[in-house]
Write a protein that binds this ligand. Structure first.
Ligand SMILES: CC(C)(COP(=O)(O)OP(=O)(O)OC[C@H]1O[C@@H](n2cnc3c(N)ncnc32)[C@H](O)[C@@H]1OP(=O)(O)O)[C@@H](O)C(=O)NCCC(=O)NCCS
Length: 172
């Protein structure tokens, strides 16, 4: 049965693969093709290896959803990295591999991440999501409240919306 657990250094390859696959599947038509085609699993894996070995130093906590064949999604949470008033925590990343959507994994991961932040006194938490990403309505469905927006650059100018979570959604 699928379950959420803390990420370990040995998960680096799986996290890199999931990140590249979900970026390409989700952001095609939103982020320039050149950025997506240039994503490199090996580079991402090396970055994850460094991150997971040093996990804790930055306050980043990563959890994976482990299914029979290995990790199929992950969430990363920690202290907010910007200067958003009243939001000490942040959900930095939440990815479920494309073939595994709709199985409740995203919700379980979000719940685990937000409860981790609550345990560290880091709620309310913010999550930034590209305005054109369909995941925006996922966060709304999970109880996130629209907060603000900002302009960013990922190969071209893009708009990102911030959602605020003061608690996590009830699990079935
Ligand atoms: C967004 C994402 C994490 C959702 O994960 P998921 O495992 O498919 O979602 P779940 O199966 O846990 O869905 C939980 C609930 O949200 C709903 N939901 C899922 N995706 C939704 C969407 N895009 N819009 C509205 N509701 C959505 C489901 O219907 C379900 O509703 P219910 O609890 O009332 O039955 C996943 O689609 C994903 O990884 N997307 C690509 C990466 C991404 O964009 N991440 C966010 C970057 S900020």
């Amino acid at each position: 049965m699928a379950a959420v657990r803390r990420a370990e250094p040995g998960d680096a390859a799986a996290l890199a693969r999931i990140r590249v696959e979900t970026w390409r599947a989700t952001y095609r038509g939103i982020v320039p093709d050149a950025v997506l085609d240039g994503l490199d699993v090996g580079e991402s894996r090396a970055r994850w290896e460094r991150t997971l070995k040093g996990e804790g130093a930055s306050g980043l906590h990563v959890y994976v959803m482990e299914d029979q064949g290995g990790p199929v999604g992950y969430v990363g949470v920690g202290p907010e990295r910007g200067s958003l008033a009243g939001h000490p925590g942040e959900v930095f990343m939440l990815y479920v591999e494309p073939g595994q959507h709709g199985r409740g994994f995203g919700k379980k991961l979000l719940c685990r991440g937000l409860s981790d932040l609550a345990g560290r006194g880091l709620l309310p938490a913010v999550v930034w999501v590209l305005h054109d990403n369909p995941a925006r309505s996922f966060y709304e469905h999970m109880g996130g409240q629209y907060l603000t927006r900002q302009h960013i650059e990922i190969g071209q100018p893009l708009v990102e919306d911030a959602y605020s979570f003061t608690a996590w959604p009830a699990e079935p």
